[in-house]
Design a protein around this ligand. Structure first.
Ligand SMILES: Cc1ncc(COP(=O)(O)O)c(C=O)c1O
Length: 387
């Protein structure tokens, strides 16, 4: 059988190698501590589950959900956004429910790119941003993120020849994997740049609530309140521990929302109405659960960074997201894949190699803080022995 060449790009995934190494460690009887996936171990809240349970026994939720989800969901998302970020949103034309935000960011390039067009992506960055561009037969221009620049891209470095063929830029702050935060001034410069070069500006924003400082992290639409070029992607996976439920939404430029809806109309019939009802309960109900999530990850961050420090591995204290982005000790400097596979085989501690997020992720590993503090300390003990 012959398959499309685009599959070749999708197959080159170091996370599959890590999965194999994890499976090998498990098969050898090792007690694996998995810090390689950013999937929250915390439960969804009772009032969210109650709303879904109630919907399950209501037959009117059992059929296809056509068009763009329910009006109640679009209104809940629009009100949540305006309350948080102060920009007015039209729930009819500027909101689109998604089956997780990854689904939306991966489908959007099909609506924006013609074959061969460039998308400007962060390097390191979230792998499905690249996956979506490959599915649309686009080309990727990786914008390098360097520690000395706060892991923000430098737009002036992008060659004019690439810009002439570019259709979109994808940003995502707080950033996975580096945990960097972008200030509103940076978003304003991104908006001006995208307006100048006629680029769609995509902002993937799953960690909108997961910051540890006083000041909230900005939304791209605060830098583009007219929504001239921008679309932003949100998820219930992180703030509300609903990763497995697969629910998110896009908010932004009405033409982009319509175009993404057209692509999705060929692919899916929307998320199940009961899950949208759970999401409405999450977005409109008490937000104390979100505070608990933030405090839980803050405590884990402090324990983990402190434990690493005690064993001689100094890393900056992350100000957002649920990860620690750690520069590898000199001996492993450019071998993040080797480090990660050997670490899991020898100790059962699974981490994500920086190289899996792009060429400029090499030299780092990402720890996802998805276990309780005692387990995180146990992981650091094992890492110390390995080192
Ligand atoms: C940058 C980024 N985008 C998207 C996702 C996935 O979100 P969802 O569960 O809504 O698909 C993640 C999950 O880790 C992420 O880090």
């Amino acid at each position: 059988m012959q398959f499309a060449t685009r599959l070749n790009f999708l197959q080159a995934n170091v996370f599959a190698d890590m999965d194999r190494a994890k499976a090998k460690a498990k098969a050898a009887g090792c007690d694996v501590i998995d810090l390689s996936l950013g999937s929250s171990d915390l439960p969804a809240e009772a009032h969210v589950l109650a709303a879904i349970a109630k919907s399950l026994s209501d037959p009117s939720t059992h059929g296809y959900l056509l068009f763009h989800g329910t009006q109640a969901f679009r209104q809940a998302a629009a009100s949540w956004y305006t309350h948080k970020f102060g920009v007015a949103i039209d729930p009819e034309t500027e909101v689109l429910p998604l089956i997780g935000s990854q689904e939306g960011t991966a489908h959007l390039p099909l609506a924006v790119l013609n074959p061969g067009d460039f998308a400007l992506l962060l390097d390191p960055g979230y792998p499905s941003h690249a996956g979506g561009v490959y599915l649309a037969s686009g080309q990727i221009y990786p914008m390098p993120l360097r520690a000395e620049n706060g892991f923000l891209p430098i737009f002036e470095e992008i060659p004019e020849s690439v810009l002439a063929q570019s259709k979109m830029m994808v940003l995502s702050y707080p950033h996975n994997p580096t945990t960097a935060i972008a200030p509103l001034s940076f978003f304003k410069s991104a908006v001006s740049f995208c307006q100048k070069y006629n680029l769609v500006l995509v902002h993937d924003f799953p960690y909108a609530d997961l910051y540890f400082g006083q000041a909230p992290v900005p939304s791209i639409l605060q830098a583009d309140p007219e929504k001239s070029v921008s679309i932003e992607f949100f998820t219930l996976s992180k703030s509300y521990n609903m990763g497995g439920f697969r629910v998110g939404y896009a908010i932004g430029n009405a033409d982009l929302i319509r175009a993404l809806r057209q692509v999705k109309a060929a692919v899916d019939f929307n998320q199940y109405k009961g899950i949208l009802n759970g999401a409405i309960a999450a977005l409109t109900g008490s937000q104390t659960g979100v505070k608990t999530v933030v405090e839980t990850f803050r405590r884990r961050r402090d324990v983990f960074v402190g434990a690493l420090d005690r064993v001689g591995w100094q890393v900056p204290t992350p100000q957002a997201a649920l990860y620690v982005w750690a520069k590898l000790p000199d001996r492993w400097a450019n071998h993040s894949i080797q480090f990660s596979t050997k670490l899991v085989e020898a100790t059962g501690v699974a981490v994500s190699p920086g190289a899996g997020f792009g060429k400029h992720g090499e030299g780092y590993v990402r720890f996802a803080l998805v276990h309780d503090p005692e387990i995180l300390e146990k992981a650091v003990d094992r890492i110390a022995q390995f080192l």
